[in-house]
Design a protein around this ligand. Structure first.
Ligand code: SAM
Length: 336
C-alpha cells in the first residue's frame, strides 16, 4: 500500500475497526477462517442484503484483510479468502484482553500534539515514570505487561524441552514482571522451579500470584534486586530475559547478558524472548514507540534477532539457536 492509501486508512481508523467488529459479530470472520467463501454464501449466513454486504467486504479488502476474485459480473459470485487466520488477530485487538485497549488508558495526551517540542527537548510529558516508582505504578504497569503474555507463554511452552533440559531445572526469570510468565510455565512443567528477579517493589505482586495459584515459595519464589547495580544471583540452570533487554541501551543490554553468563554454571542456558525488530513487532509496538518518545529513562529500542545472537556469541555463549512463532526465543549455552 502506498503512503496516500495508508494515511487515508489511518485517518479513518475508528471506522475501519467498526467495520472489522461488524464482520466479526456477523460471523464473517469465523467463516473466512474456514476457507474461501462467496458473497452469496455470506449473505445466506448473515441474512445480509447482497449490495450492502459487498460494500462491507470492500472495506475488509481495502484494509488488506481479504482478497477477492469475481469470476462473473454477478456480485454473489465474488469469492473472498484470507492469507492468514483473522479471528485470533481480531480477538487480540478488539477482544476482552486487547493490549491496545489497555495501552489506550496510558496518559498519551501528555504527548499528543506536542511531539515537535518533545523531540527538541523543550517539553517533558508527565504522568509516567520508568521504571515505575510507586506501588500503584508498579501494579498498573505489571498488570498491563501481563496482558501481553499469552503469545510469549505459547512460544516458551513449545520451546520448553530445549530451554529446560534438566528434568528439575532451576530457572531465574530476570525482570520477570509479576511472575505471570513463570507461573504459566510452571503449570505445564511440574518439575520446574522458578524465581522471579525484579525490583523489590514488585515482590508483593509475585507473592500474591504464587499464593493465588497455590504455588509455594519452593516452586515460585522472588529475589529482589536491581540488575543495573549488582550481579545476578547464581544457583540456576536457566536464566532468562523476557521483554527486558529492549528497554535498555545496547551497552546496558550487553552488560546484562554478561551478568547472566557469569551467574550461570557451565552448561547452563540463557534464553531471551524479546520484541525483536520485525515489521509486525514494530507495528504492535507502535503505541510504546509513540508514548515513550519523551521518556528518556526508557530507550525502548527494538533490535533485530541477529543483534542478540551476536551479543550472546561475543560474551562466550555457544550453541546459539532460535525458535520461531508469534514471539521468537533465542537461547544459548554457557560452555560446559
Ligand atoms: C517490560 S517489563 C517485562 C516484564 C515481563 N518479563 C514480561 O514480559 O511481561 C520489564 C521488567 O523489568 C523490570 N526491571 C526494570 N528495571 C529493573 C532493574 N533495574 N532491576 C530488576 N528488574 C528491573 C521491571 O520491573 C519489569 O518487570
Amino acid at each position: 500500500m502506498n503512503a496516500r492509501g495508508m494515511l487515508s486508512l489511518l485517518f479513518h481508523g475508528k471506522k475501519a475497526l467498526d467495520l472489522v467488529d461488524a464482520a466479526n459479530r456477523l460471523g464473517i470472520v469465523a467463516r473466512l477462517d474456514r476457507g474461501p467463501v462467496t458473497l452469496g454464501e455470506l449473505c445466506e449466513l448473515t441474512g445480509a442484503v447482497p449490495g450492502r454486504l459487498f460494500k462491507l467486504m470492500d472495506g475488509l479488502e481495502s484494509l488488506g484483510l481479504v482478497a477477492r476474485r469475481q469470476p462473473e459480473d454477478a456480485i454473489a459470485s465474488a469469492i473472498y479468502e484470507t492469507s492468514e487466520p483473522l479471528g485470533p488477530a481480531v480477538d487480540a485487538v478488539l477482544g476482552p484482553s486487547s493490549i491496545e485497549k489497555n495501552r489506550d488508558a496510558y496518559p498519551y495526551m501528555e504527548t499528543f500534539g506536542k511531539l515537535p517540542e518533545i523531540v527538541r527537548g523543550q517539553h517533558h510529558p508527565g504522568g509516567f515514570s520508568w521504571p515505575p516508582t510507586t506501588p500503584e505504578q508498579v501494579a498498573a504497569f505489571e498488570e498491563s505487561m501481563a496482558q501481553g503474555t499469552p503469545p510469549i507463554v505459547e512460544a516458551l511452552t513449545s520451546a520448553g524441552d530445549t530451554l529446560f533440559r534438566a528434568s528439575r531445572s532451576r530457572w531465574l526469570d530476570v525482570g520477570g514482571g509479576d511472575g505471570v510468565v513463570a507461573a504459566a510455565l510452571l503449570a505445564v512443567r511440574p518439575a520446574l522451579v522458578a524465581d522471579v528477579y525484579n525490583l523489590a517493589l514488585v515482590e508483593p505482586l509475585v507473592r500474591a500470584r504464587a499464593e493465588r495459584l497455590g504455588l509455594g515459595p519452593d516452586r515460585l519464589g522472588f529475589v529482589g534486586g536491581d540488575f543495573l547495580a549488582e550481579e545476578l544471583p547464581g544457583g540456576y540452570d536457566v536464566v532468562s530475559f523476557v521483554r527486558v533487554l529492549h528497554d535498555w541501551p545496547a551497552d546496558v543490554a550487553r552488560t546484562l547478558i554478561e551478568k547472566a553468563f557469569r551467574s550461570l554454571p557451565p552448561g547452563g542456558t540463557l534464553f531471551i524472548c524479546e520484541e525483536f525488530r520485525t515489521s509486525e513487532r514494530l507495528a504492535v509496538q507502535f503505541f510504546w514507540t509513540y508514548f515513550l518518545v519523551g521518556i528518556d529513562s526508557c530507550v525502548s529500542r527494538l533490535r533485530e534477532r541477529t543483534w542478540y545472537e551476536e551479543a550472546l556469541t561475543r560474551v562466550g555463549f555457544v550453541d546459539v539457536e532460535h525458535r520461531g512463532g508469534l514471539f521468537e526465543v533465542v537461547f544459548a549455552r554457557k560452555p560446559a
